[in-house]
Unconditional design. Structure first.
Length: 214
């Protein structure tokens, strides 16, 4: 069994409990996000299939399936919102690139939630007996799928580019307080005060130029 390692990934022993946010190395927000993302994309696909096959016997079945899948995604998204707010509040610092990226991620996902709720409202209050998605419903479904894919890209960048909530990531340029976003492959430009020399003067600080600059 020396080619496999099972226990460290599954054990909760030794992991610090962080309340709603989960445990150290086992945060609750990332796995919860998988359900709404998949649900909204699948619901849009079902709506497209139903719309294209409007004269078939299974068109209404795909339309109903899209509705139920979207409801499931919306219900689980309640947990993603709660855990995401606590991550924003307790794991990120104002003035950092991580906080700004989280803000962008949250803004997009709030828009997705509004679109999904509007979509579900139209389905249940007006078009519940339809045999295929009306153009308005189809448009909302596609908009939710596209936006949730874009929003999840920001969430993925937080983990895989910034090491956000990754217990062994260590220091990273994103945690430095700066109004300038750090792009991949570029050096960090911090706004921390420079050290004072023995004469009581602050020596000039040269900001490194981005790679590829003359």
């Amino acid at each position: 069994m020396r080619h496999f390692s099972f226990r460290p990934a599954l054990t909760m022993r030794g992991r610090k409990f962080k309340g709603v946010r989960g445990w150290a190395g086992k945060p609750t927000h990332p796995p919860l996000t998988d359900v709404p993302i998949a649900a909204y994309v699948i619901a849009a696909a079902f709506d497209v299939i139903s719309f294209i096959g409007s004269h078939t016997a299974w068109s209404r079945e795909f339309y109903q399936a899209a509705t139920f899948v979207m409801i499931a995604g919306a219900l689980v998204s309640l947990g993603t919102v709660l855990t995401g707010v606590f991550d924003w509040w307790q794991s990120s610092e104002p003035g950092t690139q991580a906080r700004r990226t989280i803000n962008a991620h949250a803004l997009i996902m709030v828009c997705v939630t509004v679109i999904v709720l509007t979509d579900l409202g139209l389905r249940w209050l007006r078009y519940h007996s339809a045999s295929q998605p009306p153009s308005a419903v189809l448009g909302l479904s596609l908009a939710a799928a596209v936006l949730v894919a874009v929003g999840s890209t920001y969430g993925g960048s937080l983990v895989f580019a910034y090491g956000f909530n990754v217990e062994t990531a260590g220091d990273h340029p994103v945690w430095h307080h700066s109004e300038i976003d750090v792009l991949p492959g570029h050096p960090a430009q911090t706004s921390e005060p420079a050290a004072v020399d023995g004469a009581g003067e602050t020596p000039p600080v040269e900001t490194p130029a981005p790679k590829g600059s003359p």
